[in-house]
Design a binder for this molecule. Structure first.
Ligand SMILES: Nc1ncnc2c1ncn2[C@@H]1O[C@H](COP(=O)(O)OP(=O)(O)OP(=O)(O)O)[C@@H](O)[C@H]1O
Ligand SMILES: [Mg+2]
Length: 224
């Protein structure tokens, strides 16, 4: 079943948050999901320890570049979707995970610095495509978007990437307290109640649109 990896050579851009948001939506739509925590800090393992997760969602810790391929293939055999959360520095493990992925998602914030980092990730994905002998699909997406206005920089960067043939996912992820709250309260976004955090409905709508964008991309790639 499809393996989706979150990759960026820059730290703190929203990989882990977006990965959990996507997993929560997939599980809510009736799919089983295994999340692979391939970050030495093991943020997903810590998160999974806060609250019981839905029955169809589990977190598996991966240890190193030597184990990542087996960890991914074991999970692929067991779940409808596998989501791999990788560390924010360049390592061999990231390359191996990319080589086994059906879709690589690259978050970036709307800054020129982040765009430069995203270009590095795209180069790595293209290189791993050559190693794997197949085209590895990827999408950039904006993360931690300012909620009030869609920034001018974001539009400019999006147009530049489009002009260079790099695909940007239609729906990004807005910066919202509800997405931060997932990691203090535990569980998925769906388990959070309106009394716990403001703007919950907007976050839910965003999570759904993001997950739909990912699923449509996978469907298009499967049909091609
Ligand atoms: N959509 C969002 N809304 C609000 N806060 C966010 C959002 N995405 C990320 N954050 C916050 O930004 C910080 C970094 O996010 P996150 O850990 O998801 O990034 P990362 O790319 O996985 O980082 P690392 O490279 O360290 O693994 C965290 O404090 C997180 O709560
Ligand atoms: Mg992370």
């Amino acid at each position: 079943m499809p393996v989706i990896s979150f990759v960026s050579s820059k730290g703190g851009v929203g990989k882990t948050t977006s990965a959990v948001v996507l997993a929560g939506e997939l599980v809510a739509s009736g799919r089983s999901v295994i999340m692979i925590d391939a970050d030495p800090n093991h943020p997903l393992v810590s998160w999974a320890g806060l609250q019981p997760l839905p029955a169809e969602l589990s977190v598996v810790a991966d240890q190193s570049a030597e184990t990542i391929i087996d960890t991914i293939e074991d999970a692929r055999a067991k779940a409808d979707f596998v989501i791999v959360d990788l560390e924010g520095t360049a390592t061999d493990r990231i390359g191996f995970a990319i080589a086994r992925s059906d879709l690589v998602l690259v978050p970036l914030q709307a800054s020129v610095l982040d765009a430069t980092e995203a270009v590095k990730s795209i180069k790595l994905i293209r290189q791993m495509s050559r190693v794997a002998g197949r085209e590895i699909p990827y999408r950039l997406f904006f993360s931690r978007i300012a909620a009030v206005i869609r920034e001018r920089t974001a539009k400019d960067i999006e147009q530049q990437f489009a002009a260079n043939g790099a695909a940007v996912l239609g729906a990004g992820i807005v910066d919202r307290a509800a997405f931060r709250a997932i990691f203090s309260l535990g569980g998925t976004l769906r388990a959070i109640e309106a009394k716990d955090v403001g703007g919950l409905q907007a976050a839910r709508d965003n999570a759904l649109a993001f997950a739909q964008g990912v699923i449509e991309t996978l469907k298009k790639k499967a049909a091609a």
